[in-house]
Structure formats: structure tokens, C-alpha cells
Design a protein around this ligand. Structure first.
Ligand code: NAI
Ligand code: MG
Length: 348
């Protein structure tokens, strides 16, 4: 099978880490023998904006719909283009336009890496974040002025959106360690989170083989630092999941290795695979960016396409590379992007 992938390297280190990841993905496809990739590059991002006044063409979403998946680096040139333009003009446009309502981010202690935690045990967490509604809504406003000013921001939870995220989490847990934790805050929020808890109780009945826990988000954040090994799959609302996954990146050792996937789980439109990190203008163009976040993101794309064995081989080659001491500066090493990429290729 040939997968048609739209590639948006974007800006800064996106242009460096994306080609490295593509080399690794082509290599694993060749070794596997059962599939291959056909990459089509789109030069969208801030350079495109400076030339055309928009981050991507008017019909960009329609163009992207012709591809199986989207592989994105990072966008942002904060000195030349305001971040809200680069973010809303491309990333959010694609996430919303393609109904990528689930965001999946693993937090796992890789072999060969040190966590900043004092006493890290092996942890291996997958956070399923609802990606389209919840606390990030347009509903609200500001009234009065001066000392009487009031700001109101409503959260919108639909039964469909909530159930979709939860069912996806339970399905993932079946192929993992059979445990789902729900992130709630029903002691403080009196409508949205009791609703969230109720939907969780209902969905759980359809998965009797899966064990569950319910934790308030504040306690959950503390547990991420104190005992991350207690978790398997976690399902969280948009805001809670956003905060928790940055913490997840931090306890793994570097934002430069953290992967992510924006999924259209109905497979009606392409999903988008992009690492957690941004365009890192402070180190762009020097060949020292860590390509592991982008390569691990490629592994998530392999998994979503059903090539789990190939995906596992990529992650193993990453861990073997780290264990041999080949690390970029963000992980305390002195290796370059090319050193890391070449080591991963040879371990494959
Ligand atoms: P950032 O993630 O680009 O950088 C934060 C820090 O982490 C920097 O010190 C950077 O050097 C380091 N870092 C990040 N990725 C690394 C890697 N692969 N290897 C080694 N070090 C790495 O976040 P920042 O600085 O807040 O944002 C820079 C630009 O990126 C902004 O324009 C921002 O809007 C954009 N951004 C884009 C994202 C995306 O496209 N998905 C996500 C986050 C930020
Ligand atoms: Mg965030």
C-alpha cells in the first residue's frame, strides 16, 4: 500500500526535523516491505505568510483533504509574525477544519533517558485530550467597565464529544494495561464536571474488562510528579489535557522528544501528526535540534495506519540511540541532529 502524506515542515527547526523523520519513515517502510509513503510538500507557514499575507492558501483545507494524513513540523516566527496569526492561520484551522477532535500524547520514560523527577519509576502514560470543545469555547464575554468589570468564559461539553474522547481512551486501554483514569474536578465545577463524571460512568459499563479511577485534576497533576507509574490511559477535557500533557513532556526529560497526534478517529478526514515542541527560533538553522519528537510522532502515524510492529521498531531504535549516549544538547549531550538521525537509521 502507498500512503499519500501531505508534509508541512513549517518554520524554524520544523524544516530540519521533518526531513530527518521522513528518512527514518522511508527506511522502516523499506525494511517492512508491506507499505510505502508518497510525500507531497507544502511550503506553508510564516515565510508563505510574509509573501502572500496568509499562512496557507484559501483552499488549503480542501487541498489537504486529498491526502491520507498530514505530517507537520512546527510553525512560528515570533519576531516577524504574531503567534496568534501563525497559530490560528494554520494549526487551529487544520485541527478544526479536519475535525481532529482527539489529541493523543504519550508520556513515557524512554530507556537511556533521565527524568528530572527525583525518583522516577518506569512510567508509560497516554493522555487522551478532548480537542474540540470544553473550556476552549467562544461562548462568553465581558460586561461593565472599570472596577465593576466582569469576564465570563463558558465551557461547552456535548455528550457526543465527551463520549467520543472517553470511548477512544477505553479502546486504547484494551491494547495497553487495561486501566483508564478520568480527570475531573466535580468538587469545584458544578455543571460540566458532574456531567463528565456521569458520562464516564455510562461509558465504563461497555468496557467491563477495563479498570478505572477518577481523580481531581489538581491531585492528578501532583501524582504526575510523585508517582507517574500509577497511570496507564488518562482521559481529560481540553484544558485539563493541555496542562497535563505539558507536564508529561517535562517529566520525560525534554520537550524536544515529546510526540503528539491530532486525530480524526472517524477517518473521514486526514489526521495531523505534529510534535509537541514549536519552531525553536533560538536554535534554528544550527543543526542541533533534537529530531526525536518528530520521529516519535512519525511512529504514532505508523500506529494510526495499523503498522504497530514498524512503529515499535522505530521506538526501539530511538531508545537504543539514547542508551548509547547519542543525545542532543537539550538532553545534556553534544550530538547533532544528523548524529542522532544516523544512529537511529543504523539501529533500525
Ligand atoms: P519551542 O517549543 O519552540 O521552544 C521552547 C524551548 O525548547 C526552546 O529553548 C527551544 O530551543 C527548545 N526546543 C524545542 N524543541 C526542541 C528540539 N526539538 N530540540 C532541542 N530543543 C528544543 O516553544 P516557544 O519558544 O515557546 O515557541 C517558538 C515558536 O513556536 C512560537 O512562534 C510559537 O508560537 C511556536 N509554537 C508552535 C507550535 C506548533 O507548531 N505546534 C507549538 C508550540 C510553539
Ligand atoms: Mg499546550
Amino acid at each position: 500500500h502507498t500512503y499519500k502524506i501531505a508534509v508541512i515542515p513549517g518554520d524554524g527547526i520544523g524544516k530540519e526535523v521533518v526531513p530527518a523523520a521522513i528518512e527514518v519513515l522511508d527506511k522502516i517502510a523499506e525494511l517492512d516491505g508491506g507499505f510505502q509513503f508518497e510525500w507531497t510538500y507544502f511550503p506553508w507557514g510564516c515565510d508563505y505568510y510574509l509573501e502572500h499575507g496568509e499562512m496557507m492558501p484559501e483552499d488549503g483545507i480542501e487541498i489537504l483533504k486529498q491526502y491520507d494524513q498530514i505530517f507537520l513540523g512546527a510553525v512560528g516566527m515570533p519576531d516577524l509574525v504574531p503567534d496568534h496569526i501563525s497559530l490560528w492561520g494554520l494549526l487551529i484551522k487544520i485541527r478544526r477544519g479536519m475535525k481532529q477532535s482527539i489529541n493523543v500524547r504519550p508520556a513515557k520514560l524512554l530507556a537511556g533517558l533521565e527524568s528530572p523527577l527525583k525518583n522516577p519509576q518506569n512510567f508509560d502514560i497516554t493522555v487522551v485530550r478532548e480537542n474540540s470543545e470544553g473550556e476552549y469555547s467562544d461562548s462568553g464575554g465581558r460586561i461593565h467597565q472599570g472596577v465593576d468589570e466582569i469576564a465570563i468564559q463558558n465551557a461547552v461539553f456535548t455528550r457526543k464529544g465527551t463520549e467520543r474522547a472517553m470511548r477512544y481512551a477505553f479502546e486504547l486501554a484494551k491494547n495497553s494495561r487495561n486501566h483508564v483514569t478520568s480527570a475531573t474536578k466535580s468538587n469545584g465545577l458544578t455543571y460540566s464536571m458532574p456531567f463528565w463524571d456521569e458520562v464516564f460512568e455510562n461509558v465504563k459499563k461497555d468496557f467491563p474488562e477495563i479498570n478505572t479511577a477518577v481523580n481531581h485534576i489538581d491531585a492528578l497533576a501532583a501524582f504526575f510528579v510523585m508517582k507517574p507509574q500509577a497511570f496507564d490511559v488518562i482521559v481529560a477535557s481540553n484544558l485539563f489535557g493541555d496542562i497535563l500533557t505539558d507536564l508529561g513532556g517535562a517529566i520525560m526529560g525534554s520537550i524536544g522528544i515529546a510526540p503528539a497526534a491530532n486525530l480524526n478517529i472517524e477517518r473521514e478526514y486526514p489526521s495531523m501528526f505534529e510534535p509537541v515542541h514549536g519552531s525553536a527560533p533560538d536554535i534554528a538553522g544550527q543543526g542541533i535540534a533534537n529530531p526525536i519528537g518528530q520521529i516519535w510522532t512519525g511512529k504514532m502515524m505508523l500506529d494510526f495506519l495499523g503498522h504497530h510492529e514498524a512503529g515499535a521498531r522505530v521506538l526501539k531504535a530511538i531508545e537504543e540511540t539514547l542508551s548509547s549516549g547519542i543525545k542532543t544538547g537539550d538532553l545534556g549531550g553534544t550530538s547533532t541532529l544528523l548524529d542522532v538521525k544516523n544512529a537511529i537509521l543504523s539501529h533500525l
